[in-house]
Design a protein around this ligand. Structure first.
Ligand SMILES: Cc1ncc(COP(=O)(O)O)c(C=O)c1O
Length: 487
């Protein structure tokens, strides 16, 4: 650890060079003061509207001891999805009672450790409820459970592979089985029923998604009540979005995309790689469209981060009351949120080096010294992040480029959307990708093509630097062969 005397607000050439020479590139950098700022904005909404709220940092968005230590320091609870995430959270001082254990296909060790620590399980199946009951009996304890529900009309609010509460999802229990599952819980004496949970997807830009979720959750509360169960907690999962683009850039991009679908753009004017229609895939070329609807994960929202939480709490429920007022009337159940992106996303940047520029179908493609294994969310759906060439120069002038990775895999594009760069870089210059604090470094991180996983470092407001993950070396990637003799 050392003091680099660098703050988040002056990301410049000197900052980038210092970090690059010490930790190598590519490099993931986090600014915990920004995480705290994001957390505080959620807390302010809670204080104003509904103090019975609990914020569980979704560890999967940045699974590292350092992120958990920061979360613990900021007095956050956590949402974990594996035995190791659970052990790390407990190890960093987050009490078991403040942990939610999510996941489908939980292992025996995960269940055992969780029951022992007194966590709250988001139970994913009837079978899991049975296993939890047996484990709790074995430990002479109770297992605290919420039921994770799916089967709600929530398709199209996130990318198809990230829609986790609609139909055709591997998670949870269908709401049409609500009565059955509540009866099942009541029959098992070592289960302590606490409530309901759901997670509808990530980067849910359209607040209607949360409206549908709340309306469904409140009707399940009624079903539980009619069966003599009290709902003490309603876990709304994560998904609170960020704006990756300004309104002007988003509007410009989507109207160009429509033109591209209509065949009005030349190859050189392409706005997405291989003319991917992204959120307009449902539209047919040549249709007249007055108000084309974007379906799936979007990149601009009117309700970023805690503003979506405000929307949720002030949303008018069936009775005409605001959700926050209605909840008070039904006994003030704890509202649990599990933000990952909204806490960590804007706190991080990734620094990489330019390997060169090449023209493909007349489009400039900037190649960088990293791959989708260092920027993984692009593998799920083409993402849009802000990029910047360092240093900025006086005569910079914007240029639209695609960004290519270095893996021997043609889908390895760091940006399949043509993004605006301050200028066309040359080999050896550095580039920054902004808002990469959640998922990017870890989702699909691998040693593909023999590349090492880069370091993760955090820079605190006072300039203190923490290494959250060491960059891998040759020996971490290729290691040694161990031999033993079978009998
Ligand atoms: C169960 C659960 N909760 C919370 C999250 C965090 O989502 P986000 O980072 O979009 O807030 C996820 C992400 O996949 C999740 O699966």
């Amino acid at each position: 650890m050392e003091n680099l005397k660098i703050k988040r607000h002056n990301i410049n050439e000197q900052f980038v060079d210092q970090l690059a020479s010490k930790y190598g590139l590519p490099l993931h950098v986090y600014f915990p003061d920004k995480i705290l700022q994001n957390v505080e904005s959620f807390r302010a909404v809670s204080k104003e509207l509904y103090p019975e709220s609990q914020f569980n940092f979704a560890v999967k968005s940045n699974p590292s001891r350092g992120a958990l230590r920061a979360a613990s320091k900021f007095k956050l609870a956590a949402d974990v999805s594996s035995e190791f995430e659970l052990r790390a959270a407990l190890g960093e001082g987050i009490p078991g009672e403040n942990l939610v254990c999510n996941g489908c296909g939980k292992t025996d060790r995960y269940l055992r450790t969780g029951v022992d620590a007194g966590v709250l399980f988001a139970a994913d199946s009837f079978e899991e409820l049975d296993l939890l009951n047996s484990e709790a009996k074995f430990q002479s304890k109770s297992a605290r459970v919420m039921i994770r529900f799916v089967g709600m009309p929530l398709k199209g609010f996130s990318s198809l592979d990230q829609s986790t509460a609609a139909d055709w999802t591997k998670f949870g229990i269908d709401i049409k089985d609500a009565k059955k599952v509540f009866a099942f819980v009541k029959e098992r004496s070592c289960l302590q029923f606490e409530g309901l949970s759901a997670h509808i997807g990530t980067q849910v830009c359209n607040p209607k998604g949360y409206k549908v979720l709340i309306d469904n959750m409140l009707s399940i509360v009624e079903i539980a009540k009619n069966q003599g169960l009290t709902v003490r907690a309603i876990d709304l999962g994560g998904g609170y979005p960020e704006s990756y683009l300004s309104e002007e850039d988003w509007d410009g991009f989507t109207s160009n995309l429509i033109q591209q679908i209509d065949g009005k753009l030349s190859d050189e004017e392409s706005v997405t790689w291989n003319k991917d229609p992204m959120g307009f895939a449902h539209l047919k070329s040549g249709e007249t469209r007055k108000n084309p609807q974007w379906i799936g994960k979007a990149y601009r929202t009117e309700n970023p981060g805690s503003e979506m939480f405000r929307y949720i709490l002030t949303h008018k429920v069936k009775s005409g009351e605001r959700l926050c007022d209605y909840l008070k009337k039904i006994g003030s159940p704890r509202i649990i949120l599990e933000p990952g992106r909204a806490f960590f996303g804007t706190s991080g940047i990734t620094i990489t080096e330019v390997m060169g520029v090449k023209y493909i179908n007349d489009n400039p493609v900037v190649f960088v010294d990293m791959g989708v294994n260092n920027h993984g969310t692009n593998l799920v759906a083409p993402d849009i992040f802000p990029f910047e060439v360092i240093p900025k120069k006086g005569n910079d002038s914007n240029v639209g480029v695609f960004i290519g990775g270095r893996l021997c895999y043609t889908g390895d594009m760091i940006s399949k959307v043509k993004v605006k760069l301050n200028r066309l870089p040359v080999r050896g210059e550095k580039m920054i990708i902004h808002n990469t604090g959640s998922y990017c470094a870890d989702h699909f991180a691998s040693n593909h093509c023999g590349f090492a996983r880069p370091a993760k470092v955090a820079i605190w407001n006072d300039g203190k630097v923490e290494v959250w993950r060491k960059g891998e070396e040759f020996s971490d990637v290729f290691g040694e062969i161990e031999t033993s003799q079978s009998k």
